[in-house]
Design a protein around this ligand. Structure first.
Ligand code: HEM
Length: 453
């Protein structure tokens, strides 16, 4: 009887294995290796070229951005338990996090510093990708679609800005409130649908509880979810595109031309599968095993990034101003630094025409709001140009994955001029704008102005 039951159990196990499993670990060590390697080998190929590991090709800026996003997600999860998204209690809950909760100040600082740094590093990463012409594929990686990753990247950059901006409102202090007022006013200048855009942004006719809950939901759920999905897609694409673009400059044709279907993975024994093998360059001495080569470097990048963010957070506080009030307006009221180029653009494209007296009749003074030109048209053109750029890049394939290739000189100069213009506008907005948005040199003191009640 017993043997019959044992036999039936064995048959059931065989059927299960046949249907679902391709591998059963024999020991705990094997099981944990299976988890670790399955995960990591989905991320990295088995072998990788030494060239793509180089520090001075990518400066690992994408990986740093990823580590910052992970710091933000982890510290953000802790903050969710402590923060109360209500206009009556939000400010006080941030004060509690700062002054009452054990190490709350550290978690909040890490979160806020990492948010600033993520914006900056994603931007640096984009500059690196552009200057190495890494948004294109070559005949070495014919299945590659690096252009797709460039587009995913631009969306990620925009979403990173939005993630940061939605978080800016949550402390519900003066800094937050007025930064949002400025954003909403710029949005209002959109032609035809301006009022509707402002309404959606505010979650109603005015900034209040609805705005806070809307931005909170976007900040903790919707945007992080989309960004996580897009980052995963971005990383997956890098593998599908045959690795980093620097590898293409080895000039080695992928063996066999078309991708070969090969049984290469089994996900924890649950799913079996085949996928096209990705190109890697079987050139003697050019490749190393991804584990531990990539893993070690990723660990170094992670330790340095986390270490630096911790150091910064221990020694440098983050702001929390007076509770938000519409009773008085700070002067000047500024957007967060990463949108100051936009606020500056709106300011310089706002044209105030004085009274024009033509003798027979006169034209009364009027103002052309820069919100449309500076706040919508110019930024829209910049993003549009960034999305389309790879289509018009006619440089030879030998320029792909190479820093400052001479054939890309002109386009690199145009690109750097745009980057420089953004940096200068941000600098002016941050350091040179004083009361009534007047221009002050960094060493000039601001006149004492009554606050605008
Ligand atoms: C949340 C934001 C982002 C994350 C976490 C991320 C992550 C990464 C990582 C880890 C890499 C591998 C190389 C490296 O470490 O530098 C990479 C490569 C790449 N990224 Fe991003 N990235 C982000 C945003 C962007 C943006 C804004 C762009 C461009 C607009 C972009 C375009 C690309 C391209 C084209 C590659 C392939 C580069 C090559 O082949 O050399 N990414 N990204």
């Amino acid at each position: 009887m017993k043997t019959l039951i044992q036999k039936q159990i064995q048959v059931a196990k065989d059927v299960y294995e046949f249907l679902f499993a391709s591998y059963s670990p024999k020991t705990e060590r094997e099981a944990s290796d299976a988890v670790g390697f399955n995960f990591l080998l989905h991320w990295f190929p088995v072998k990788i070229t030494k060239k793509s590991l180089s520090w001075h090709y990518s400066f690992w800026l994408g990986t740093i951005s990823l580590v910052l996003f992970i710091i933000l997600s982890l510290s953000g999860i802790v903050l969710i338990f402590l923060y109360v998204p209500s206009v009556e209690r939000a400010y006080q809950s941030i004060k509690d996090i700062e002054f009452v909760v054990s190490y709350g100040w550290l978690i909040r600082r890490m979160h806020r510093w990492a948010a600033h740094f993520m914006v900056a590093f994603v931007f640096f990463h984009m500059i690196r990708v552009f200057l190495t012409g890494a948004y294109r594929s070559t005949n070495v990686t014919p299945q590659g679609k690096r252009y797709a990753n460039w587009i995913i990247g631009i969306v990620l950059l925009v979403l990173t800005l939005l993630l940061s901006y939605t978080g800016y409102l949550l402390p519900w202090d003066q800094l937050a409130l007025w930064a949002i007022v400025i954003g909403a006013n710029i949005a209002k200048a959109t032609p035809i649908i301006g009022d509707q855009v402002q309404f959606i942004m505010q979650g109603g006719n005015e900034i209040g509880q609805n705005t806070l809950i809307l931005w909170y939901a976007m900040h903790i759920a919707v945007l992080p979810f989309i960004v996580t999905a897009l980052i995963s897609w971005h990383m997956w694409r890098i593998r599908k595109d045959g690795g980093l673009a620097s590898v293409d400059s080895l000039g080695v044709k992928k063996e066999g031309g078309e991708p070969v279907k090969s049984k290469t993975y089994s996900l924890m024994g649950i799913a079996k599968g085949v996928r096209p093998s990705i190109s890697y360059h079987k050139v003697a001495g050019e490749t190393v095993h991804a584990i531990p080569a990539v893993l070690t470097r990723m660990m170094i990048v992670t330790v340095f990034t986390v270490g630096f963010m911790t150091f910064l957070s221990i020694f440098f506080a983050v702001p929390l101003e007076e509770p938000a009030t519409t009773e008085w307006t700070p002067n000047p009221a500024k957007a967060p630094w990463y949108f100051l180029w936009l606020q500056e653009l709106v300011s310089i494209t706002t044209i105030r025409v004085p009274l024009i007296n033509l003798g027979i009749f006169s034209i009364p003074p009027f103002t052309i709001n820069g919100g449309f030109l500076g706040g919508a048209v110019i930024p829209g053109l910049v993003v549009g140009a960034a999305l389309m750029w790879p289509q018009f890049d006619r440089s030879p394939e030998s320029a792909v994955g190479v820093w400052f290739h001479k054939s890309r000189l002109k386009q690199n100069i145009v690109f750097l001029i745009i980057v420089l213009a953004l940096a200068i506008l941000t600098y002016i907005g941050t350091f040179m704008r004083g009361p009534n948005w007047g221009m002050f040199l960094p060493w000039e003191s601001w006149p004492s102005m009554p606050v605008n009640f």
